[in-house]
Design a protein around this ligand. Structure first.
Ligand code: PGA
Length: 269
């Protein structure tokens, strides 16, 4: 039996005051999540604040990114050890917004602006290894673009990303990961992937893990779905056998909706 996870990805939202209010709002209204794990991925500036707010609650805290070196001349980056030193225990790796696969042009932006941060299969693998080395629990993301889905390349793209993220890891290391399948076209669009199709692709993720690390590791590995998860669609997603939880952006920014998502994860056990 795999423990479900409900993970909130706050992205670049919440200064310290707002982070404190949101975290406290979740702590105050959330019923005991039972077997489900609850994690909030908060901006680096709010890690210590949120760790303090959720102390003595079942909520765990994660960073949204890390760098693959321990220290040095990497202006603006944060290392895995720095994250550990805040009390956070999780880290998100290779989100499509960091892989530069998002391409969202806002007013006054050019193509050069939306290249974003340029995470690649190679750096996602390096970051995953570093996270495991320092004892952080990684949720590593994968997902296809709309054009790739329309071209019938979903399984090839997602399978390739999963193989790359696992490169060089022992089965015991793979067993420590959580993988999130997030179709890029469903992120922040309100257009959720059909639950059965999301389940099918999460199954593709699991079968690649089985090839790389063996069937026992694949059977135990948690695979989350992300992309416009909301209190309205979460039950259908959680009912799918290959979906072990959600990675949630927009609906994690209000205590009320996030608490409803946690309840759905708890109820799925
Ligand atoms: P969304 O974001 O729930 O707002 O679609 C999901 C994510 O990017 O992790």
């Amino acid at each position: 039996m795999r423990k479900p996870i409900m993970a909130g990805n706050w992205k670049m939202n919440c200064d310290n005051d707002e982070a404190c209010k949101l975290a406290c709002g979740i702590v105050d209204t959330m019923a005991a999540p039972g077997e489900a794990e609850v994690v909030v991925f908060v901006p680096a500036t709010a890690l210590t604040t949120v760790v303090n707010c959720v102390e003595d609650s079942p909520i765990e805290v994660g960073a949204q990114n890390l760098f693959w070196a321990d220290k040095g001349a990497y202006t603006g980056e944060i290392s895995g050890r720095m994250i550990v030193s805040t009390g956070a225990r999780w880290v998100l790796i290779g989100h499509s917004e960091r892989r530069g696969r998002f391409g969202k042009l806002e007013e006054g932006w050019t193509e050069a602006h939306v290249a974003y941060f340029g995470d690649s299969d190679v750096t996602v693998n390096a970051k995953t290894r570093k996270a495991l080395e320092v004892g952080l629990k990684p949720i590593v993301c994968c997902g296809e673009l709309l054009a790739e889905r329309q071209a019938g390349r979903t399984d090839e793209v997602v399978g390739g990303q999963v193989r790359a993220m696992l490169d060089g890891l022992s089965p015991a290391e793979v067993a420590k990961l959580v993988i999130a399948y997030e179709p890029v076209w469903a992120i922040g669009t309100g257009e959720v992937c059909d639950a059965e199709e999301a389940n099918r692709v999460c199954g593709v993720v699991r079968s690649v893990v089985a090839e790389v690390a063996g069937p026992a590791v694949a059977e135990g590995l948690r695979v989350l779905y992300g992309g416009s998860v909301s209190p309205d669609n979460v039950a259908g997603l959680m009912a799918q056998p290959n979906i072990d939880g959600g990675l949630v952006g927009g609906a994690s920014l209000k205590a009320e909706s996030f608490v409803a998502l946690v309840a759905a994860a708890a109820a799925s056990v």
